[in-house]
Ligand binder design. Sequence first.
Ligand code: PEP
Length: 255
Amino acid sequence: MGQRKPMIAGNWKMNLSISEAVALVRTLVEEVGRIEASDILVAPSFTCLAPVREVLNGSKIALGAQNMHWEDSGAFTGEVSGKMLMEVGCTHVILGHSERRHIFGETDLIIDKKVKKASELGLTPILCIGETLEEREAGKTVEVLKNQLSGSLASFLSRRSVPQHLIVAYEPVWAIGTGKTASPQQAQEAHEFVRRWMAENFDEKSASGIRILYGGSVKPDNIASLMAEADIDGALVGGASLKAESFLGIIRYDA
Ligand code: PEP
């Protein structure tokens, strides 16, 4: 893992009421609010951002959102801008999650605009990529990852410069919420490919500094073997981040 600080991020999706989110984050602050070994991030629903931020204040746990629009303001009913997210205390934003791509039809073109806007604002984008089971079984994993990377980072490719704070999350769609985890070797192969792609399309320094998280049914009992791989720098956790016990078990993977 070298110079890259591990990150454990919880994506709460459309789950938890305000009181549930606040209770969960209170426990996290008490238990791991001062942890130095890893960066910890929670990404609650939009309505929970402000109350969660109040509890996080003064702790080392970062606040992220699960999506944003690429414009600052305007006639975009139902959307939330990156500027608004920053106003509420977000430092990170998850972009291009497979649920956004597959359920809400987000394309690489849209994701590129969002990644560009987030980094202009100083919000750290967590760009999600990953293949479906059908694509993996057809031997298309690398091709899919390559297309998602070049499409979702198109604005940066044309300038041959990538934001140094960019975080990539490799999340095989077949492993999300299914209980099926990619084996550490399968995940490492994909992460290694992503890092090589970054080096070939940007530069070695950026490639070796960018954190690549794994996501897909991460649990307390599989995190350590994933983290042992050279190019796995952390985890983006869905289901297991909704309960203090399992999320803390993941955060303390090396304890
Ligand atoms: C996710 O949705 O980002 C995710 C990885 O979910 P889960 O951990 O539940 O598979």
